[in-house]
Design a protein around this ligand. Sequence first.
Ligand code: NDP
Length: 299
Amino acid sequence: MPATILDGRALAQRIQAEIRAAASECLAGRGFAPGLGVVLVGDDPASAMYVRMKRRACERVGIQSKASVLPGSAAQADVEAAVRAFTQDPAIHGILVQLPLPEHIDEEAVLQEISLEKDVDGIHPINLGRLGMRGRQPSFTPATPTGVMALIREAGLPIEGMRAAVIGRSNIVGLPAALMLTNANATVTLCHSRTRDLPAVARAADIVVAAVGRPEMVKGDWLKPGAIVIDVGSNSVPDPASKKGYRYVGDVEFASAQAVAGWITEVPGGVGPMTITMLLSNTMEAARRSAASTAARPQ
Ligand code: NDP
């Protein structure tokens, strides 16, 4: 039997409906809309597209978004000042710095400017550190791996005790996904470009998360029958049959993987819609916490 599809679009729609209701309640009951501040530096077309998609998604659920767009030649101090302005703005509850930043910018120093309670992308070094420490709680977890975890949970199986292979160790996807699976009591192998015999490592896993950026690298015969397969990859490949001349594929070869796996995500329609939704959800939660702490403060 082919694997059951873990439908990121449907799950994202369900969660976005809840966020929309919460945002409208926030506006009606407390008199303010949740606010997201986005900092974009440079004119990388993919980054600009992600920022546009995030703005539209905010509009759909009733979150106000403000963008601070700086030229690629912006100085370190200007980028830090843009983040600081959002940190100090009471109408902004969540801050997103669109990565990657231009090479001359010190990313760590910029991310340190995000206040922990507005770090809705979970990318502040302290939040990422807390994610990896026993007994500590980050303010927020990064959007993409949070979406990955939500999709894994949709399979309805206990994650505890499962073996997981996460392929890719980036700061925004692979590493936090491995930490989140560890926190859910899976036994995790974090794989990367120097991992020996990757197919054998993947084949031993009950959960495979592919976050590599290599089109269709993970094949069906790399998988354990019945495994949960989450494909984070989003790679454009030439496709003369499509109007645009290209199409998106994941890091997993879908047809061969679906024949072996128990559950699988599609590209597009899997992790992508969940990433944006988790960012919206974290922003709504940041607004809720801000309202609660204002209400608790003595007048
Ligand atoms: P990075 O390029 O930052 O990291 C890629 C990782 O893959 C690295 O850890 C690298 O290893 C590893 N890798 C590269 N080649 C191999 C190989 N042959 N075998 C094993 N591991 C390998 O990528 P990101 O984490 O930013 O993104 C990964 C993919 O996910 C991309 O396709 C990206 O577009 C997509 N993505 C999708 C999102 C969504 O919302 N759907 C959000 C974010 C990303 P090493 O560390 O050794 O170099």
